[in-house]
Design a protein around this ligand. Structure first.
Ligand SMILES: *Cc1c(COP(=O)(O)O)cnc(C)c1O
Length: 401
C-alpha cells in the first residue's frame, strides 16, 4: 500500500533529544527553543517568533492578542481546518465565512469588503496547500478598514508570496509542525509576530499571563501575574526534534517539490482532455509542495476514484468538510454571500500520496493507476449498451458547482 503520508525523519532528531536530556532542561524556552526562534527570525524574516505546542495554540494566542470581544467578527474561509475558526470562537468571536477562489482555493479577496461590518476586527487568510493568498490586496483592505491580519500559514512554511515568506506578511502569522505538515515535531507550532507592538503581550500570554520572560532577561526583579494567558509553549524535547527538521527545511521542500512537479507534468494531458483539474500556482507565489490535489467532476466520481485507487494499493483522501456546514459552524459562525466554490471543492477534491521517501516507481504507479482509471471510465462511455452507463458514467470536465 502506498500511504497518503509518511512522516519524514532527518536522522538527527534523536541526537538533539539526547542533547536536551544532557542539558537537563526539559521545560520550555531552553537552548533548542531559542535555536528554533532564531531560525525563524533569520530564515523567514519575521520580527519575532515564539514556539507553541500547536498551530491551534498560536491561533488562540492571536485571538487573545487581537482583543476579540464577544460578537466581534473575523472574516475567513470556510474551507479550512477547524482551529482557524475555533480559536476566535473561544473568545466569543463570530467567524464570518466568505467563498474561496476557483483557482487557488484560497479566500476570495474580492469578497472581503462586502463582508465587513462595524463589528469586523480581523481577516484570517489561510494559505491552502502552501499557496499564498492575494496578500497585497488583503493588506490594503485591512489598512483601509483598520483590521488585523492573522495569516494561517499552517501549511505554508518555506512558501513565498512576492518573495516574502508566508506567515510574515500579516500582523501575525501561525505555523504548524503537526505530523501531517512538511516540517514536523509530531505536534508543534509557532506564532510569527511581524508587528512589534504585539511582542511584549505575546510573551505574557504564552507564559500563563506572567512576565516570566522579562524576569529571565533581568528586566524585572520578580515575576508575577500581569494579564490573561495560558501555557502555550512546548517542552524542550519537542523543540530539539523540530530544530533537527528545520536544519533540513530547504532540502525537504526541494524533495517534495520534485515529487509534486512529477505529478503535475504527468497529469497535464488529463487536465487538457477535461478529466481532472490540477492545482493552480499564481505567478506571484512560490509554493512548498505541501500537497498535490486533483478536482474530479463531482462527489460520486470522487468516491469511485478513491475506491479505484484503493484497489491499486494507493491511499488517496479528500479534504475539508466546509466549516459553515459543520454543527459548530452553524452554531457559532455566519456566512456572507454564496459558498458555491467552497461546496463544490469540498465535494470533488482528492489528495494524492506525497511524502519524502516516495520512490520514482511509486509516483509512476500512482500516475499509471490514474491513467488506467480514466481509460476504464472512457471505455464505459463508449459501450452504452453494456448497461454500465448509469448516471455514474456521465463525465464532465469541471467542478464549478
Ligand atoms: C494543520 C492546520 C492547523 C492546525 O495545526 P495544529 O498544529 O495541528 O494545531 C490549522 N490550520 C490549518 C490550515 C491547518 O492545515
Amino acid at each position: 500500500m502506498i500511504p497518503f503520508n509518511r512522516p519524514y525523519m532527518t536522522g538527527k532528531e534523536l541526537w538533539n533529544i539526547s542533547q536536551a536530556h544532557h542539558n537537563g532542561q526539559l521545560s520550555g524556552d531552553g537552548p533548542f527553543t531559542k535555536k528554533c526562534h532564531q531560525w525563524f527570525q533569520r530564515e523567514l524574516g519575521c520580527h519575532r517568533a515564539l514556539l507553541t505546542h500547536s498551530c491551534t495554540a498560536a491561533l488562540e494566542m492571536a485571538a487573545i492578542l487581537a482583543d476579540v470581544k464577544p460578537g466581534d467578527e473575523i472574516i475567513m474561509p470556510s474551507y479550512t481546518f477547524v482551529s482557524t475558526a475555533n480559536a476566535f470562537v473561544l473568545r466569543g468571536g463570530v467567524p464570518v465565512f466568505i467563498d474561496i477562489r476557483e483557482d487557488t482555493l484560497n479566500l476570495d479577496e474580492t469578497k472581503i469588503e462586502a463582508a465587513i461590518t462595524n463589528r469586523t476586527v480581523a481577516i484570517v487568510p489561510v494559505h491552502y496547500a502552501g499557496v499564498g493568498c492575494e496578500m497585497d490586496t488583503i493588506m490594503e483592505i485591512a489598512r483601509r478598514y483598520n483590521l488585523l491580519v492573522v495569516e494561517d500559514a499552517a501549511q505554508g512554511l518555506m512558501a513565498l508570496y512576492r518573495g516574502r515568506h508566508l506567515g510574515t506578511i500579516g500582523h501575525l502569522g501561525t505555523l504548524s509542525f503537526h505530523e501531517t505538515k512538511n516540517i514536523t515535531s509530531g505536534e508543534g507550532g509557532a506564532l510569527l509576530i511581524n508587528d512589534e507592538r504585539f511582542v511584549a503581550r505575546a510573551e505574557i500570554i504564552r507564559e500563563k499571563g506572567t512576565n516570566r520572560s522579562r524576569f529571565f532577561r533581568g528586566e524585572v526583579d520578580k515575576y508575577t501575574w500581569v494579564n490573561i494567558g495560558s501555557s502555550f509553549l512546548p517542552g524542550e524535547l519537542i523543540a530539539a526534534f523540530l530544530a533537527a527538521q528545520l536544519e533540513e527545511a530547504a532540502e525537504i521542500t526541494r524533495t517534495r517539490l520534485d515529487i509534486w512537479d512529477r505529478y503535475h507534468v504527468a497529469l497535464a494531458d488529463m487536465e487538457a482532455s477535461g478529466k481532472v483539474r490540477r492545482p493552480v500556482i499564481p505567478g506571484d507565489c512560490t509554493h512548498n509542495a505541501h500537497l498535490y490535489h486533483l478536482r474530479l467532476p463531482d462527489s460520486h466520481q470522487r468516491a469511485r476514484f478513491i475506491a479505484a485507487m484503493e484497489n491499486e494499493g494507493i491511499h488517496t483522501v479528500f479534504h475539508y468538510i466546509p466549516l459553515h456546514s459543520s454543527p459548530a459552524g452553524v452554531k457559532y459562525c455566519r456566512v456572507n454571500g454564496v459558498m458555491t466554490v467552497t461546496d463544490a471543492v469540498s465535494d470533488c477534491l482528492v489528495r494524492l500520496p506525497l511524502w519524502i521517501d516516495m520512490t520514482e516507481e511509486q509516483v509512476n504507479h500512482v500516475v499509471a493507476a490514474i491513467g488506467a482509471y480514466f481509460q476504464a471510465i472512457s471505455s464505459e462511455r463508449r459501450e452504452p449498451m453494456s448497461g454500465r452507463l448509469s448516471a455514474s458514467g456521465r463525465f464532465v470536465g469541471s467542478c464549478d458547482g
